[in-house]
Design a protein around this ligand. Sequence first.
Ligand code: MG
Length: 376
Amino acid sequence: MDRRQFLKVTACGAVASMMPISFSAWGQPTKQVNRSGRMTLRFFPYELQLRHAFNLAKYQRTTTPDVQVEIEYEGVVGYGEASMPPYLGESVDSVTSFLSRLDLSNFSSPFAFEEIHEYMDSLSDGDRAAKAAVDIALHDLTGKLMGQPWWKIWGLNKEITPCTSFTIGIDTAEVVRQKVKEASPYRVLKVKMGLDNDKETVEIIRSMTDVPICVDANQGWTSREQALEMCHWLAERNCLFVEQPLAIDRHDDTAWLRERSPLPLIADESLQRIGDVRRMAEAFDGINIKLMKSTGMHEAYKMAVLARALGMKVMLGCMTETSCAVSAAAQLSPLADYADLDGNLLITNDRFDGMKIIDGKITLNDLPGIGISPLK
Ligand code: MG
């Protein structure tokens, strides 16, 4: 959406909801404000610029639409974010529309996560990234009000976080080599697959490094037999697991593959929210939890606990996001077996300082809330 369209949409929204929109001296839209009760919700679109064009099995892109959110309560501000890669079906328009409809005046406190989520789910079945933005901001806010980071509030040990993988997308041999060089500080590489040159990409990586890889097929393998052959081939090349080998409607074929695969299978696109977790146990060894799918940290925590109770592996993933949402997900990382929290490293216009990757490992700080501070 360009600026002209945004002005139009926000102006229409303001008339419809009678909410104030402020404009700077240059006529640029500043933050749309939703004041309800003692909590003030502000939000504005923010397009993420990708360091490299992002190639997946089905499309390419150079930006990711995003909406930044702030919730203020008693002078304290919590930050949140909605990131909307196109395949999730949300957009700047849908997120700002959802946020404009929120009325938090019935909630006297930002600590009422359970009720606020019930309320948001009563407004719509989808809008998961929009709900996540509110949820993350509430967690940041309440953590600050308590003066504690969320990893500590949840009783987790920040020293036992996993290493994060660094993503190597589908690309030309030259770009793959460049990205492997960039990834030298990382102890795990994540390789996107699902095209004809899958093996070639792995051969290039293996010619440069022995570091373990994990593979994300993004539903790109077309038959269970092809997927099984790839799992065996990858198992001989120091691969840790395979994410979403088959399309989401191939649940039974994935169960067939799981019976035979030498590598664990992790569900990503097949899974959104907590209601999907038990079914995933039929066909996968683990789940990839992402805040933009789970509606945020509140449900993501429950999903991780449920998956572990079912004997499943837990992976934490992200979209291309600023350090806001990535640091929010990182609060859960002591519960995760695997992590793919590199979304902030893939953009050139981060707005926050937050969770760090040190020697390949997720490193949490002691800042309250989700552990971020705005960049000047
Ligand atoms: Mg994936």
